[in-house]
Design a protein around this ligand. Structure first.
Ligand code: PAJ
Length: 299
């Protein structure tokens, strides 16, 4: 296959690649940590759709700053050759795949991005410092690539919300698009970490998306009904196999929802995190809360 894909391992090569095609129009950035799958590919398609003949840049960088000690930084899958093949197939223009030194030449940065109150909740409560690490590297990538557009997955819904907030609150001028979650046929959201699951864990992991789907179905009857439906499904798996971290229903911008039953169907988001074996998995779905008489169990 002939492909115009350029691999840029350094800032200098990145800037040379971007300059060479400057006149082509808008630049869209898709930040990733590699081990690319169809979920990542879908973001590249959203980026291409948005910029047309402009440039699609994919970054591949396992960012140490967002991993806590004891997390999977060392064993995180690194598959650059396969990643480049996928990017070439998707018509990506530039892959920026820097080393840690290239991104953090002076060691850990002294100035970092504070994700604010939302960064301390949900994922942030279980992974202190995680979102400061994410937002700091995303801000750096925005500074290095200078994209007009960036595409993130709804799979990591809180991350998407925080990056949108950062771009707005810090006037970074990047339009941040959220792309829908890509799933396996049985509902499991694609994730680079799914490869840690053994066949038994892989089968049990579908409980997360099934619980969310059950909640979405019951959501018209209100928040307690939605939560109850999700918990009933989650209870199918013993705690020793699928350890629930949180199940939360929030507004679409992740604020706390009021207990009052909305008379009209009202958009909300349900988010779940659990550890399956030793692998932490997250998932989420949109909901329409309310609109029907409140009930906990209607059948
Ligand atoms: P990574 O986990 O590689 O994910 C890169 C992007 O792919 C994120 O925006 C994520 O939400 C999206 N993604 C992952 N699985 C998806 C799926 N099944 N469907 C749709 N999109 C999916 O998220 C990160 O890397 C890092 O935190 C990063 C933003 C690159 C900063 O280091």
């Amino acid at each position: 296959m002939t492909s115009g894909l350029l691999l840029a391992p350094t800032r200098e090569e990145l800037h040379r690649a971007l300059d060479a095609r400057k006149e082509h129009g808008l630049v869209a950035l898709v930040p990733t940590m590699g081990a690319l799958h169809e979920g990542h590919a879908s973001l590249m398609r959203v980026a291409r759709e948005r910029v047309g003949r402009g440039q699609v840049v994919v970054s591949v960088f396992v960012n140490p700053l967002q991993f806590a000690p004891g997390e999977d930084l060392d064993r995180y899958p690194r598959t650059l050759d396969a990643d480049l093949d996928l990017c070439a197939r998707e018509g990506v223009d530039v892959v920026f795949a820097p080393s840690v030194d290239e991104v953090y030449p002076g060691g850990e940065p002294q100035v970092t991005v504070d994700p604010g109150p939302l960064g301390a909740q949900l994922e942030g409560a279980s992974r202190p410092g995680h979102f400061a690490g994410v937002l700091t590297v995303v801000a750096k990538l925005f500074g290095l690539v200078r994209p007009e557009v960036a595409v993130f997955g709804q799979k990591d819904y809180q991350q998407l919300a925080l990056v949108q907030r950062m771009s707005r609150d810090l006037c970074l001028g990047v339009e941040v698009l959220g792309a829908e979650t890509v799933r396996e046929a049985d509902g499991l959201a694609l994730s680079s970490r799914n490869r840690y699951l053994d066949p038994d864990q892989r089968r049990r992991a579908t409980v997360l998306s099934r619980a969310l789907a059950a909640a979405a179905e019951r959501a018209p009857y209100g928040l307690p009904a939605a939560r109850w439906a999700a918990m009933r499904v989650l209870d199918e798996e013993p705690e020793s196999e699928v350890a629930l971290d949180y199940l939360a229903v929030r507004t679409p911008d992740l604020q706390v929802v009021s207990d009052e039953q909305p008379a009209e169907p009202t958009p909300a988001r349900i988010l779940v995190a659990a550890t399956v074996g030793t692998t932490r998995l997250i998932d989420n779905l949109p909901l329409l809360l309310g609109g029907r008489p409140p009930a906990i169990a209607a059948d």
